[in-house]
Ligand binder design. Structure first.
Ligand code: HEC
Length: 435
């Protein structure tokens, strides 16, 4: 009787110990996972700074504000009609983005005028941030795309920033660095995102770049091997994109772009960025056939001097599909608003939906990529909108890919650990000491 009672006590203690062990093991794995995710969340760059490099390095600013407009800013472009005064609107936004940033060379934590932030999780993949300025790899420009004298394919790299209202929305998605909120997000009015793009092309290759701001960046050795990085090389400011949340636009956003142009007489090189186009909708009805019949986009403003300024090279029919807004380094089968309208989660494989209409799409199918989606309306059925933010979309997709490989790499290790800790037959009792 006594011995069987004791047996029960021993069995009970063993089972309780096993449960404690499983819980402790699970908690430890979870803490390890969160610490690893936090490192990736704020990882400054894909490649470390080159050994011989002693200059400043990039550090993302990720302390997102908890309120949408913490400093009660006013947004002066909201008083300008972008349909009738597109250039004035764009110059106002441009100067807002440059204020204080040119002075600190875009190390935004040192900006004396206003707060700007980065998007996390942009360094996990081979196209991820380089270490000097935090640039990520963009589509490269094939020979002749930027000018007649550009005789090789050149790499383009960019870095994006959000102001406080934008960063507040980014912070809602990323309040837990190891678990993004995937129920969709909308950005408040007043949000501005901007993205200067730098090209590897030289002044000789693209003459309008003469005098352009130069950033040395540790980019890829060749466009085909994004992860194979070399020592810092000169890159030149060629384009700057802006995205402005504005309720008056058909899609709730105004997209605009500037190109650096040597002909501008301004002494400050960053202020030689010329407005090229502005877009407040996708022109959902503009088909190839209607274009051939003479129709043109009515929700895009293109600078009438684009050709004269040499911004559109001879081998390119238009900047964006059928005359819609786009930048010279962007894909001409798409346009700003089309590409950005695809920002949503999740698609089946938790990856970014295709940003450009597939090659074999019929004209009708292609129009699916040129709908005027409202903020909060997802591109795909059942998806959740990321409100035109492709950086958010990219950050979530990098997180998902990282998590998949983390779990794959550690699954067997975890099973083995769990088994050892939970095994009720082992001689040494499991301890719950890191509980
Ligand atoms: C072919 C697709 C494509 C086109 C066309 C495109 N973009 Fe983007 N854009 C992206 C992707 C992808 C990102 C995020 C990744 C990155 O920054 O490298 C992005 C990021 C941005 C950002 C940073 C904030 C954000 O929304 O993620 C801005 C601002 C921006 N683009 C503006 C523009 C403007 C303005 C145009 C037109 C002149 C444009 N884009 C055209 C794909 C595109």
């Amino acid at each position: 009787m006594i011995s069987s009672g004791l047996g029960r006590v021993v069995a009970f203690t063993g089972a309780a110990g096993a449960v404690v062990g499983v819980v402790a093991g699970f908690r430890r794995r979870q803490a390890e996972f969160q610490a690893a995710a936090l490192r990736e969340f704020s990882r400054p760059s894909y490649n470390p700074p080159p050994a011989a490099y002693t200059g400043p390095v990039f550090k993302p600013r990720l302390d997102f504000p908890s309120r949408a407009n913490p400093n009660n800013e006013t947004f002066p472009w909201l008083d300008i009609d972008f349909r009738t005064e597109p250039e004035k609107y764009l110059y106002t936004v441009r100067d807002y983005c440059l204020e204080g940033n040119v002075e600190c060379d875009f190390k935004v934590d040192q900006n004396q005028t206003r707060d700007w932030y980065h998007v996390p999780w942009m360094s996990s993949q081979p196209t991820g941030r380089e270490p000097v300025h935090g640039l990520t790899m963009e589509k490269s420009s094939k020979q002749g795309m930027l000018s007649e004298s550009q005789r090789r394919e050149v790499q383009n790299w960019a870095v994006a920033f959000y102001n406080s209202p934008g960063a507040n929305a980014v912070g809602q998605v990323w309040s837990l660095p190891w678990k993004p909120a995937q129920n969709g997000v909308t950005f408040p009015e007043g949000t501005v995102g901007f993205k200067p793009l730098f090209t590897q092309a030289t002044e000789e290759e693209v003459p309008i770049l003469k005098g352009s701001p130069v950033w040395k960046a540790a980019i890829a050795k060749t466009p085909r091997e994004p992860g194979d990085r070399g020592p810092p090389v000169e890159t030149r400011l060629i384009q700057m994109d802006v995205a402005v949340r504005d309720d008056r636009a058909d899609i709730g956003w105004v997209f605009g772009t500037f190109v650096y142009h040597s002909s501008q007489s301004n002494d400050a090189p960053w202020r030689r960025l010329v407005p090229v186009c502005l877009q407040w909708g996708n022109d959902p009805d503009l088909t190839q056939q209607r274009y051939q019949e003479g129709a043109r986009p009515v929700q895009t403003w293109n600078n009438p001097r684009i050709r004269e300024l040499g911004i559109l090279s001879g081998s390119r029919p238009y900047l964006g599909w059928l005359g819609r807004a786009n930048g010279p380094v962007d894909n001409f089968k798409s346009c700003c608003a089309s590409c950005h309208s695809t920002a949503a989660v999740p698609d089946k494989d938790n990856s970014v939906p295709r940003v450009v209409p597939p090659k074999d799409a019929t004209p009708d199918q292609a129009l699916r990529w040129f709908r005027n989606l409202a903020p909060g309306q997802a591109f795909q059925k059942g998806g959740k909108s990321l409100d035109y933010s492709l950086q958010l979309s990219s950050s979530i997709s990098q997180y998902n890919q990282w998590k998949r490989s983390y779990l794959k790499n550690t699954l067997f290790g975890r099973l083995k650990d769990w088994w050892q800790e939970a095994n009720p037959f082992q001689t040494v009792p499991p301890s719950g000491k890191d509980d």
